[in-house]
Write a protein that binds this ligand. Sequence first.
Ligand SMILES: Nc1ncnc2c1ncn2[C@@H]1O[C@H](COP(=O)(O)OP(=O)(O)OP(=O)(O)O)[C@@H](O)[C@H]1O
Length: 241
Amino acid sequence: MGKVLEVIRVSKRFLGLQALKEVSLHLEEGEILAVIGPNGAGKSTLLNLLSGLLRPDSGRILFQGQDITHLPPEARTHLGLGRAFQIVQPLPELTVRENLLVGARFGKPQVRQKEAEAWVEEVLRLTGLERRAEALAGELTLLEDKRLELARALATRPRVLLLDEVMAGLRPKEAEEAVALVRRIRDAGVSILFIEHLMPVVRALADRVVVLDYGEVIAEGTYQKVAQDQRVREAYLGRGA
Ligand SMILES: Nc1ncnc2c1ncn2[C@@H]1O[C@H](COP(=O)(O)OP(=O)(O)OP(=O)(O)O)[C@@H](O)[C@H]1O
């Protein structure tokens, strides 16, 4: 196992506000890593820096050993760094299959149509969307929407997948299904970094947890370890998040 993604002393300031301060963390090959923290801790900022929507003021981001700190989002997707969003963003007038094909072509433009189509069929199977392949994306249930968002990210053939609170809004039973799906994605060879507010999901899914507070890493380890950490408890209790 090696480090597939590495954040080295990354800082980001918005006007007067230090959103991230010298944050260092890494994702191991084959790992599911949760980044948690109270509201405003800097989780979304971190994800936006990783996917290229924002640039850090200082520090570096390495993907499979390559410095990607200044690469735009598309270039990161092409390298194999995928992202799924909390707000699902499919093209509603296209079918599920067509949406995935768009993702597959975008993720790896050099791949031939036939190969992209075959990969899409595999993604449909993996995400349990086979029977909904012909449905319009705009007609899906919330859980199917979430599946499609994960499937669209997978269609780009990522080595690493960034998940932005993808369980938000799901009922507990649905969240369980989504947890099982994320595990299957990891088992298919994708390393995963996710941010999440729902602690049962973090407990069920994460091999390791990094806790941010006021833009700094305050704890890191297994869920059990960080859940007992005094600084973590105070950070959550202090702001009632
Ligand atoms: N574009 C921006 N301009 C100014 N301030 C910002 C911007 N984006 C984030 N911030 C601020 O940076 C801090 C970190 O925000 P961020 O959204 O990364 O936290 P978070 O941990 O994702 O919070 P939440 O759990 O509420 O989504 C917050 O104080 C937020 O108000």
